[in-house]
Design a protein around this ligand. Structure first.
Ligand SMILES: C[S@@+](CC[C@H](N)C(=O)[O-])C[C@H]1O[C@@H](n2cnc3c(N)ncnc32)[C@H](O)[C@@H]1O
Length: 349
């Protein structure tokens, strides 16, 4: 399958075979050959020569990526999207992401299981929302690097008319998302910070795809831990999570939420410190703290739980294989360590 992405006036139109390795290769070739220095509106990713049109998804480090003020793909620190994607079997990550994950796993070996349990929940949650709750429109906040069974693929399997707006702040996610979705009119990928929910609601692509007079599902999956109580951006965590569902969405809308929690706040603080020390904004909460964020909404059975226990389905489609360096960590959550992804689906009455 081939999708076409138009990058800018000075970059040629590039044919992108839909497949992530191919996307990367073609984008790199496209910009390197032309020595492009174009900073005009593209997909927001800085490349080898300072081009903002996609060439930066390289496998190695490049001088342009480190220039001060260059909002390129960071190669000197891990990103949450790339580290998480590696645990799902993704290929678009760098040594800095893998090193961060391996360091984290020394203290918290359960992270591989937690990530994979979250992604399996995503499938069950979207299936439930479309098949059982009749939802036809989704806003996926912090959608991450595409993996198996992305939201629109699950939703459209159960209703081909389902529409999805994908939102993320990470440039590498946006490049891959746009390439994947270029041929799907019922989806859009937008650059926005979920901490400013008004910018998501008011975005023209959101307005074109989402009818807020009808029920909508808002997905905050494995994103709550990036929302810190101390954050200076936006109007606070509660506003981030609740503004759209409370103020904008129609009754009968849903919020699916998950975040990493620890039953022991001291251990949770250690995890937060570890991630923050590597430049990833992070706040592990307790389940009670998450519950407090979601009060007043009606939990769908079985309520807010360890995601492993949210309507488990041994027959659901499997994820990609675990990368070999992570294989030893699989099964760590068989021991109850009090550290898990906590979440569920809630309905606006
Ligand atoms: C762990 S991934 C989760 C991916 C997907 N939701 C899932 O459950 O499989 C978290 C994503 O949230 C994005 N993210 C973090 N903070 C964000 C923010 N303030 N606004 C938008 N996206 C954000 C990251 O870039 C990353 O892609």
């Amino acid at each position: 399958m081939v999708a076409t992405a138009r990058f800018s006036r000075r970059c040629r139109e590039v044919d992108l075979p839909v497949g992530f390795g191919s996307v990367r290769q073609r984008l790199e070739v496209g910009c390197r050959k032309r020595g492009c220095r174009n900073g005009a509106a593209g997909n927001g990713v800085a490349g080898k020569w300072g081009c903002r049109n996609g060439g930066g998804m390289a496998t190695g480090e490049r001088p342009a990526d480190k220039r001060p003020g260059n909002d390129s793909i960071p190669l000197d620190r891990p990103t949450s999207a790339r580290a998480y994607s590696w645990m799902l079997g993704g290929k678009d990550n760098f040594a800095v992401d893998r090193e961060f994950m391996l360091r984290t796993l020394q203290g918290f070996p359960e992270c591989v299981d937690i990530a994979r349990q979250n992604r399996l929940f995503l499938y069950r949650a979207v299936r439930h929302l479309v098949r059982d709750a009749g939802i036809r429109q989704f806003i996926d906040l912090g959608f991450g690097l595409p993996a198996e069974d992305n939201v629109h693929q699950v939703a459209q399997r159960f209703d081909p008319e389902a529409r999805v707006v994908y939102v993320d702040i990470d440039p590498i996610v946006l490049v891959h998302g746009r390439a994947l979705l270029a041929d799907n009119d019922a989806t859009a990928v937008i650059t926005a910070d979920m901490r400013e929910p008004e910018s998501v609601v008011d975005h023209p692509d959101t307005r074109a795809l989402i009818d807020f007079a009808e029920p909508v599902a808002l997905l905050f999956l494995s994103t709550g831990h990036y929302l810190k109580d101390s954050d200076q951006v936006g109007r606070g965590v509660r506003h981030t999570v609740r503004h759209v569902i409370d103020e904008v969405a129609a009754p009968g809308s849903y919020l699916a939420f998950s975040q990493i929690v620890h039953d022991d706040p001291a251990r949770g603080a250690e995890m937060s410190e570890l991630a923050e020390g590597s430049g990833i904004p992070w706040q592990t909460r307790t389940p009670a703290e998450v519950d407090a964020l979601l009060d007043g909404l009606e939990p769908v059975e079985p309520g807010m739980v360890n995601l492993r226990d949210w309507r488990p389905d041994p027959d659901q489609p499997p994820l990609e294989a675990v990368p070999a360096p992570l294989a030893a960590f699989v099964g760590a959550t068989d021991e109850e360590l009090g550290h898990y992804e906590y979440g569920g689906i809630l309905r606006k009455p």
